[in-house]
Design a binder for this molecule. Sequence first.
Ligand SMILES: Cc1cc2nc3c(=O)[nH]c(=O)nc-3n(C[C@H](O)[C@H](O)[C@H](O)COP(=O)(O)O)c2cc1C
Length: 143
Amino acid sequence: MNEEKIYQLSYVSTGCDSLRYEDIKNILESSNKNNSQDHITGILVYCNKHFFQIIEGNREAILEIFNKILIDSRHDNVIKIQEGYIDKRQFESWNMAFKSYNKELKDLDNFNNEQFYSYINSQLSDKNNISMKVLADFFDLNG
Ligand SMILES: Cc1cc2nc3c(=O)[nH]c(=O)nc-3n(C[C@H](O)[C@H](O)[C@H](O)COP(=O)(O)O)c2cc1C
């Protein structure tokens, strides 16, 4: 893909009280379908009712999907962490990588811990990228 500028955005949010396995499964299914059409890549982490997500792609596509995510009733308290242009995609192999810390969601994971940890470390060279640091911290604290 020949891309000029990649826009990346990250946020945290709180899953709604009634959130179930099926809801997360549906979120991942629509994310994979839509993101592949819109050339969006990224990662979603779920831990103790909280989501952390990084999405990257064309700026307009990112802002459009983020506006949908903001009003999604499956979560609330959406707090943006970082947004801006980056040099290159950091999750180019995944329309939506998924990592969960809840046992009952483990079969939805598409990463194993070691693979993931070494991948994140390899991406940490950009000291200004707060999103990657938050992701790494998630791992150090919870992995
Ligand atoms: C935590 C969270 C993350 C989401 N991430 C994405 C995403 O990366 N891409 C996406 O298309 N929809 C994502 N969604 C779902 C959107 O809010 C919305 O429901 C979906 O885009 C609607 O698409 P559909 O009409 O094809 O189901 C997410 C929802 C939640 C709660």
